[in-house]
Design a protein around this ligand. Structure first.
Ligand code: M1P
Length: 229
């Protein structure tokens, strides 16, 4: 069996370092099985969260939804796509019209092959993150923006992590990582529902014999599932 893990909300709290006890367990697990990570985030952030030991023992790390692929700290594949100017201006307009009280900067983060858009901004601190998460749960802001964006542009927008939306060309989402991995695959993710950035991969695995998606709601949930395997 091959295993794919989302990172934020699945192996760690969003943007946080992995829990030390789980780190020890997970390192041992990935040394015994062929394991991969698939995240919307870039390599530097994932390295900060998982540490070198884990990163160097994963078979591949799929960053930026598989648009940037790493093996033992080195890029082995990268796509090059730029967000059209019209789409960026549309996002900035949404940013300015959002009634959320705090905008912290770095709202459109350009990454290899994709863009992460965030109303609160990637510079937010923990308190601002929590406030935005609650606001979004109340207002359904990210879902509404993602849907309106896809109605307007021939691009894909998926709700990702706690504060952002991952944007890429249609199909350049996490589902592309299965081209790199032998079947069967078990995938752990926290955003596997429709509209979430784990959904395209979960959907693609529905058609593979022996493949399975485990929908989790925290790293503690993932830890429990792996212990019971
Ligand atoms: O992997 C999806 C996203 O997860 C986190 O999002 P947030 O900070 O909004 O919780 C970040 O790692 C983000 O970069 C990533 O796209």
């Amino acid at each position: 069996m091959n295993y794919i893990f989302d990172v934020d909300g699945t192996l760690t709290d969003s943007r946080q370092r992995i829990d030390p006890e789980f780190e020890e367990f997970f390192l041992d697990f990935i040394k015994k099985h062929r394991c991969y990570t698939a995240t919307g985030s870039d390599y530097d952030k994932t390295l900060e969260q998982l540490g070198e030991d884990i990163c160097n023992n994963l078979t591949h790390m799929f960053q930026c939804a598989g648009n940037s692929v790493y093996k033992k700290g080195k890029v082995v594949f990268e796509t090059n796509w730029q967000l059209p100017e019209k789409a960026e201006l549309w996002l900035l307009d949404k940013l300015h019209s959002s009634a959320f009280y705090r905008k912290t900067g770095r709202h459109v983060e350009k990454r290899p092959g994709m863009v992460n858009f965030s109303i609160v901004g990637r510079n937010c601190n923990f308190e601002e993150r929590v406030m935005y998460k609650e606001w979004d749960e109340h207002k359904n802001e990210r879902n509404n923006i993602a849907e309106a964006f896809m109605d307007k542009f021939n691009l894909q927008a998926d709700v990702a992590g706690e504060t952002g939306i991952d944007i890429y060309p249609i199909g350049a989402d996490k589902s592309q990582v299965i081209n790199w991995i032998e079947l069967p695959i078990t995938f752990f993710g926290d955003k596997t529902h429709e509209g979430g950035n784990d959904y395209p991969l979960a959907k693609a695995l529905e058609n593979c014999t022996g493949c399975k998606t485990v929908a989790v709601n925290s790293w503690q949930d993932t830890y429990r599932c792996l212990q019971s395997l």
